[in-house]
Design a protein around this ligand. Structure first.
Ligand SMILES: C[S@@+](CC[C@H](N)C(=O)[O-])C[C@H]1O[C@@H](n2cnc3c(N)ncnc32)[C@H](O)[C@@H]1O
Ligand code: SF4
Length: 410
């Protein structure tokens, strides 16, 4: 997947954990319990962390041209506009020419004034959490916006940001096939260039997850979910969308560069409560880290300088207050690569992966059957899974991992 410029790809993820109200299905790092002072401190800390990460000498020398893409995720990044100025003062000089800058927005936050500020700051792309256009679905998901508000917000946003993504959720309790088709047809008719379609997950620590455990709500059957997914593939394919990844479709030229970093083993710095980061290593498993989910802990952490110390896990932990995955090895790297790559239209670079892990490929009977029947293909060294199977990628991943053998024992 080419990036906007020819410089090495490096992403920046900025997490903004504040929400006006909490949705019962959401398990992201978020809080509706805050004051203006807490938020102000949080935004100051984001600036300090961005400065500190980008001052690390080894990162500067590896990525001298800075960030190729930025993603403000939440929580609800659209709660702020002008408040991001100090952050952009630091960020803008660190952006590669043509860098993509996405910001997640809730429909109720879209105003002409905010759209203008985001554009002036350098945001290039909005990602709006619509979830559904059906009043019944908005009620079940306890969204605070109405269908009419979503339509108004989309119309206003498209005027300023033609590169608009909307998120829709499918498989909500009671959702019919007709209701899902209606949502897809609305998105297509509106000319939305990028769609993220998520199957509703029931997370243990959310109110919806607990309701499901108690039997108060019932999760959609696997067959119904598979049918909803199949209809999305069919309708969006017919409307000219490229199926980029199991949950993402885009019109030609409208792919999200930042998403592709995650799916293709590229580096991204993450900052903020609950943010994750990954620093890829072409010869090894790379380094993964995560910030704790509490905004208060993030606010209280006293940053120390990293410029005069070695760039390793313990130093990153003590400097940024992050947890570094210390036990990471090439097995973990390969499992992640296959798990994310097999759900995308580009698949995985098989030969390069085998070479890096010193493995030989000896397909299991199931994998071989997949290759014989065209569900899997290997072309120019890329192993690809057919889109109708992305939904079952976990099972294929297990087969793949059973199909590799250490090169030295044969
Ligand atoms: C973390 S939210 C942030 C966006 C924004 N705050 C909003 O709610 O519109 C990003 C997206 O994740 C998706 N999402 C969150 N929880 C989910 C769940 N349990 N199942 C499926 N999708 C979910 C929603 O589509 C949401 O728009
Ligand atoms: S879905 Fe969005 S608005 Fe709702 S709680 Fe999660 S981050 Fe906040």
């Amino acid at each position: 997947m080419p990036t906007a410029s020819s410089f090495p790809a490096l992403g920046l993820y900025v997490h903004v954990p504040y929400c006006a109200a909490l949705c019962p299905y959401c398990d992201f790092a978020k809080t509706a319990n805050f004051t203006a002072e807490i938020q102000q401190r949080y935004l100051q800390q984001l600036v300090a962390h961005l400065r500190a990460w980008t001052a690390i000498p080894s990162l500067r020398s590896k990525y001298p041209r800075g960030f190729s893409s930025v993603f403000f995720g939440g929580g609800t990044p659209s709660l702020f506009a002008d408040e991001y100025r100090p952050l952009f003062d630091v960020l803008t000089p660190l952006l590669q020419p043509g860098a993509e800058v996405s910001l997640e927005a809730n429909p109720d936050d879209i105003t002409a004034a905010r759209l203008k500020v985001w554009q002036q700051l350098g945001v290039t792309r909005l990602s709006m959490g619509v979830q559904t256009f059906q009043p019944e679905g908005l009620r079940v998901l306890r969204r605070v916006h109405s269908a009419a508000a979503a339509h108004h917000a989309i119309a206003a946003a498209l005027d300023v940001f033609p590169a608009l993504n909307i998120d829709l959720i499918y498989g909500w309790p009671g959702q019919s096939m007709d209701a899902w088709k209606a949502d897809l047809q609305i998105a297509i008719a509106l000319g939305i260039r990028h769609l993220s379609l998520y199957s509703l997950t029931y997370e243990g620590r959310t109110p919806l997850g607990r309701q499901e455990t108690r039997g108060v709500v019932q999760r959609a059957s696997d067959d119904h979910l598979a049918d909803l997914y199949a209809v999305a593939c069919e309708l969006l394919g017919a409307a000219g969308y490229l199926h980029e990844e199991v949950s993402n479709w885009s019109l030609p030229g409208a792919a999200c560069q930042h998403n592709w970093l995650y799916w293709q083993d590229q580096s991204f710095v993450g900052i903020g409560a609950g943010a994750h980061g990954y620093l890829a290593d072409p010869h090894g498993p790379g380094l993964r880290y995560a910030y704790g989910r509490s905004d208060r802990t993030f606010n209280q952490h006293a940053l120390t300088s990293i410029t005069d110390r070695p760039f390793d896990g313990p130093t990153l932990s003590s400097t940024f207050g992050v947890t570094v995955d210390q036990g990471r090895d090439l097995d973990a790297w390969l499992t992640e690569l296959v798990g994310s790559g097999l759900r995308t239209r580009h698949g995985i670079a098989l030969d390069a992966a085998l070479h890096r892990c010193h493995l030989l490929f000896q397909p299991t009977p199931v994998l071989q059957h997949g290759l014989n029947t065209g569900l899997l293909s290997i072309e120019a060294g890329q192993l690809r899974l057919a889109p109708q199977e992305w939904f079952r990628e976990a099972a294929w991943c297990v087969e793949f991992l059973g199909s590799v053998t250490p090169a030295n024992i044969l």
